[in-house]
Design a binder for this molecule. Structure first.
Ligand code: CP
Ligand code: NVA
Length: 302
């Protein structure tokens, strides 16, 4: 049976194992040892939205594993001219050993996973961004040594893919999570309900004042996700007051770290002083996309 990774729930049984594998393979590779665990394998990468990190980190990751990656933009595929997702999945599965999909919708993601006969990895859709959350948890583990019991505070769009996957990821590893977001940007109830099953402390609030108190990790994401561009002006108005600046960081624990999946829009969700300041680990986080995805691909191909 093939195994997909299109939601954090797909790794609820072995998330920490995948994170530890990522840290181990990162160390090995940096030490000059070979990590060619997927020699001769091909990854097909379908993109319906722009990308810097996802595209490059998957492609480089496959090279390090001894395999090969093919970039497939929707507009260059027959998918962009009306070929069905079902037929695309069935055909690409005959050539490729793994598929990565950055999709406009979660329905399209599920459809591709349903018909592909090889593992499908989400490179983000409108509901989740699971590769990024494995990466972020790996980065937190590297900096903090552990995950369970830490206090994670996310300030920004509470209803986007990052917030949803953070809820599930924090639940699975036992980290408390606070989401600070305007009232009409709350997460989908499904993700809050799922996260609650793990017995972590969950708060979803709209008050920014002092919200970073006791935080070990402070995180944010863009206020305008891909697909939300039509609402850009309204969103910028609605999120006034939610910018993470040095005064908000100073309320967090002294050794708190700052995360952002990037791309960042300075002076909107975060100031450049914070994002490039001494508590920020955003470029470790960006690098770790590479190592986390290497571990994910190796795990799914087992
Ligand atoms: N964080 C992230 O997914 O970046 P890209 O959109 O550049 O792939
Ligand atoms: N929430 C953002 C993440 C980008 C990596 C988006 O979907 O555009």
């Amino acid at each position: 049976m093939k195994r997909d990774f299109i939601s954090m729930l797909d790794v609820k049984g072995d998330l920490e194992e995948i994170i530890d594998l990522a840290i181990k393979l990162k160390g090995k590779s940096k030490n000059g040892e070979s990590i060619e665990l997927l020699k001769g394998k091909t990854l097909g990468m379908i993109f319906e939205k722009s990308s810097t990190r996802t595209r490059v980190s998957f492609e480089v990751g496959m090279t390090k594993l001894g395999g090969h990656a093919i970039f497939l933009s929707k507009n260059d595929l027959q998918l962009g001219r009306g070929e069905t997702i079902e037929d695309t999945a069935l055909v690409l599965s005959r050539y490729c050993d793994i598929l990565m999909y950055r999709a406009m919708s979660n329905e399209a993601m599920k459809e591709l996973a349903k018909y592909a006969t090889v593992p499908v990895i989400s490179g983000l859709d409108n509901k989740e961004h699971p590769c990024q959350i494995v990466t972020d948890l790996m980065t937190i583990k590297e900096h903090k040594g552990n995950l369970k019991g830490l206090n994670f505070v996310y300030i920004g769009d509470g209803g986007n893919n990052m917030a949803h996957s953070y809820l599930l990821g924090c639940g699975i590893v036992g980290m408390n999570i606070k989401i600070v977001t305007p009232a009409n940007y709350m997460p989908d109830e499904f993700f809050v309900k799922e996260a609650k099953k793990y017995g972590i402390k969950i708060e979803v609030i709209d008050v920014v004042n002092n919200c970073t108190k006791n935080a070990d990790i402070v995180a944010t994401d863009t206020w305008v996700s891909m697909g939300d561009e039509k609402e850009k002006e309204k969103r910028i108005r609605d999120f006034q007051g939610y910018t993470i600046d040095e005064s908000l960081m100073s309320v967090a624990k002294n050794d708190a770290i700052f995360l952002h999946c990037l791309p960042a829009y300075y002076d909107y969700e975060v100031t450049k002083e914070v994002a490039h300041g001494n508590q920020s680990v955003i470029f470790d986080e960006a690098e770790n996309r590479l190592w986390a995805q290497i571990a994910i691909m190796v795990t799914l191909c087992k």
